[in-house]
Design a protein around this ligand. Structure first.
Ligand SMILES: [Zn+2]
Length: 137
């Protein structure tokens, strides 16, 4: 799946639908009233005020557990309730990027070493020129 950048605006836009899905078991006029209020809400503050917390308009990072984030990168399987999907904060993405770059550079050096060891350069080296005569028995 492509990486999705999810923002607080996405959460505000989908709050009414998500709230209705999550609270399907509630009965009565209160459920309908809250849903109607959420449909009219245009800002995160309005949604937070209706629901009573910031959990519906912010993300948390699945890697470092940073809370109340306004933007994340979503990687893995396309999200559903039982998928392997991960939301990452900017700091974690930066850290992963730096680590991946370093590992990739190390991998290229390791690959070059392997190629040097088994490639034509190694075969063509004159063996005696690199041997210290004092090391010989
Ligand atoms: Zn993080």
């Amino acid at each position: 799946m492509p990486t999705y950048i999810l923002t607080q605006a996405d959460l505000v836009k989908t709050a009414a639908r998500r709230w209705k899905e999550m609270n399907f078991y509630l009965e009565g006029p209160e459920r309908k009233k809250i849903h109607q209020q959420l449909l009219k809400a245009k800002t995160a503050e309005e949604v937070d005020s209706i629901i009573g917390n910031k959990e519906w308009t912010t993300f948390y990072c699945h890697n470092c557990n940073a809370q109340h984030l306004k933007v994340v990168a979503q990687v893995g399987q396309e999200w559903d309730y039982e998928t392997r999907t991960c939301n990452l904060c900017l700091d974690c993405v930066r850290s992963i990027h730096a680590t991946l770059l370093a590992a990739s550079a190390g991998q290229e050096e390791a690959t070059e070493d392997i190629n040097r060891g088994h490639g034509p350069d190694e075969v063509q080296k004159p063996a005696l020129s690199e041997t210290n005569p004092q090391d010989s028995p």
